[in-house]
Design a protein around this ligand. Structure first.
Ligand code: SF4
Length: 311
């Protein structure tokens, strides 16, 4: 981690890894999710509204090839940052479960993505109970030539939280997926939620310590946030849950990051959703304010990512 930074952000990792900035472009391969299509259940996770992951893309992606989605995403970046800065792209298979399909189809969509101009790597979002060795073997082959990351929705190590979230898997399968993925030389990113009802600070910290023990490469932190048309939205409207304040969340994040190794990359600090889907808490729509609150908490404590291990 660079001196002076409180944590190791993804933007810095990309600059060090590729020699310049890189951008993730969300790609919707039209795959389903085992927690929705009946393979595991039909109820979905309590917070999940799949289109809210990338609504414009999921609506527009119907009928558009992987290549076309990447080309369109690249054009958007060029318009925003100019040709020079929009150089390196990571094709991010984001909505739903992107290892949930026949391996021949998975191989084809991943290869198609890597063949597009400017694409330097692949990020594949999936569930830990959907990490078949055959799919990981294909990704390991691709990783011989390009940067490849598998992003697992882990959320928590605690069974009571996984049940409340309706994840439909336990933590043992997360551990197995992470270990089998790392053993193939692939990068592993884990998505985790802080501020779950009934989860104590000690329990959140235990999740951080477990991620440190597993040596995951990257962490994506989300505050529990409510999007419309979800069971969580119904619960929140009825007053069945309360959400932490920004100050409480910043303290939880700093507790967490202090327990991660300094070289673990922090992909994001909070969750969000497009305004047309987002309900609460309002503060999490302002990512700069979240970053500032986390920085201020680090300064207040005089600590940084990894302090727990470095002393
Ligand atoms: S695993 Fe992902 S896509 Fe599937 S229901 Fe849960 S959050 Fe939604």
């Amino acid at each position: 981690m660079v001196q002076g930074l409180s944590y190791y952000p993804l933007s810095l990792y990309f600059r060090l890894r590729f020699g310049h900035s890189a951008w993730k472009i969300s790609v919707d391969a039209g795959l389903s999710c085992p927690n929705v299509d009946g393979t595991v259940s039909r109820q979905g996770c309590i917070y999940c509204n799949i289109p809210s992951f990338s609504p414009s893309r999921r609506r527009e992606a119907a009928g558009r090839s992987v290549a076309q989605q990447i080309a369109d995403g690249r054009q958007r970046l060029i318009r925003r940052y100019g040709e020079q800065r929009a150089g390196a792209l990571i094709a991010y298979f984001q909505p739903a479960t992107n290892t949930h399909g026949p391996v021949d189809r998975l191989r084809a969509i991943w290869r198609e993505a890597l063949q597009q101009p400017g694409v330097v790597g692949l990020a594949v979002g999936t569930r830990p109970d959907c990490a078949a060795d055959a799919a990981l073997d294909i990704l390991a082959e691709l990783a011989a030539e390009r940067w490849v990351s598998v992003e697992y929705g882990v959320q928590s190590i605690h069974q009571h939280s996984l049940q409340w979230l309706r994840r439909g898997h336990d933590f043992a399968c997360c551990e197995s997926a992470v270990n089998r993925t790392l053993a193939r030389g692939l990068n592993v990113a884990v998505h985790l939620i802080l501020g779950l009802p009934g989860e104590s600070r000690d329990e959140m910290n235990a999740t951080a310590e477990t991620m440190a023990r597993l040596r995951v490469n990257m962490v994506k932190l989300h505050n529990l946030h409510v999007v419309r048309d979800t069971p969580l939205a119904t619960l929140w409207r009825s007053g069945g849950i309360s959400l932490p304040s920004l100050e409480e969340y910043a303290a939880e994040v700093v507790d967490f990051l202090e327990r991660l190794p300094p070289d673990c990359v922090i992909d994001r600090l909070s969750g969000d959703a497009p305004p047309e889907f987002f309900l609460a808490p309002q503060w999490s729509q302002d990512k700069s304010a979240v970053r500032r609150a986390v920085e201020e908490e680090f300064v207040r404590r005089g600590t940084r990512q990894g302090s727990h291990w470095l002393g």
